[in-house]
Design a protein around this ligand. Structure first.
Ligand code: GLN
Length: 206
C-alpha cells in the first residue's frame, strides 16, 4: 500500500470525528472536508453517518453562498466527478443513502453514484437502533458487530454491485468497483476490519 494516503471525511454534519479517530488508530492522517476545492489531493473519501436531508440542505446552502468571483462547484457534484474518475468512496449509514442512486419514495438531494436502492429508517421503531452480529465473508469468519442507528436497508442492487452482507430483510453492505456502502456504523465499534478493507481499496487503486 502506498504511504501517506490522504483520506478525507465529509464533515458537513454527522459522526465524522469517530471515523477520523479510527483512521488515526490505523496510522492515517484524515482530513475534514467541507469544500469542493479540498477534494483535489484526496486518495479516498468517507461519508459518515448523520442525517441525509440535513446534509443535502447544508450542501445546497453552501453552494448558493459561494462567491461569484470564484465560483465553486457544489461539493456533491465534485465528489461524484472524483469518484467517477476512480477515487474510492465509502458511505456509512447516511453516507450510503447519499451514495445511492435511488432513495425509496424520496427526491431528496444526494450524490447518486451507486446502483443500489435504499429504504431510509427501515428497521421500525423497536429496531431503530440495534447491534446485530453480521456474517461478512469478505472480512473472515468472525461476525462483525453491526451497529444500526435509524439505519437504511438496501433493497435493490444493479448487476455490477457485489452484495457483501445480507440479513433477513435485505442487504446492508455492498461494493461497486471503487464504491463501498455499509448501512451500519463500523466507526463506533472496536473492530477495524471495514476501515482496513477500505484502506485496501485505496491502496490497490481499484
Ligand atoms: N436516518 C438517517 C437518514 O435517513 C441516517 C441515520 C444514520 O446515519 N445513523 O438520513
Amino acid at each position: 500500500m502506498k504511504k501517506h494516503l490522504h483520506i478525507g471525511i465529509l464533515a458537513l454534519q454527522g459522526d465524522f470525528a469517530e471515523h477520523a479517530q479510527k483512521l488515526r488508530d490505523l496510522g492515517c492522517e484524515p482530513v475534514e472536508i467541507r469544500r469542493a476545492n479540498q477534494l483535489e489531493s484526496l486518495d479516498g473519501l468517507i461519508i459518515p453517518g448523520g442525517e441525509s436531508t440535513t446534509n443535502a440542505k447544508l450542501e445546497a446552502a453552501a453552494s448558493s453562498f459561494s462567491s461569484s468571483a470564484t465560483p465553486e462547484i457544489p461539493i456533491f457534484d465534485a465528489i461524484k466527478k472524483k469518484a467517477q474518475n476512480g477515487m474510492p468512496v465509502w458511505g456509512t449509514c447516511m453516507g450510503s443513502i447519499l451514495l445511492a442512486k435511488e432513495i425509496e419514495g424520496s427526491a431528496q438531494g444526494r450524490i447518486g453514484l451507486m446502483d443500489i436502492s435504499v429504504r431510509r429508517n427501515a428497521f421500525g421503531p423497536q429496531r431503530a437502533s440495534a447491534e446485530i452480529p453480521l456474517e461478512i465473508p469478505a472480512l473472515g469468519d468472525k461476525p462483525f458487530p453491526g451497529i444500526f442507528i435509524r439505519a437504511p436497508l438496501f433493497i435493490k442492487a444493479g448487476k455490477k454491485v457485489e452484495v457483501l452482507c445480507t440479513i433477513d430483510e435485505g442487504f446492508v453492505m455492498a461494493r461497486e468497483g471503487n464504491l463501498l456502502a455499509t448501512a451500519f456504523h463500523p466507526e463506533i465499534t472496536s473492530d477495524d476490519r471495514v476501515h482496513r478493507l477500505f484502506l485496501n481499496m485505496i491502496g490497490s487503486g481499484k
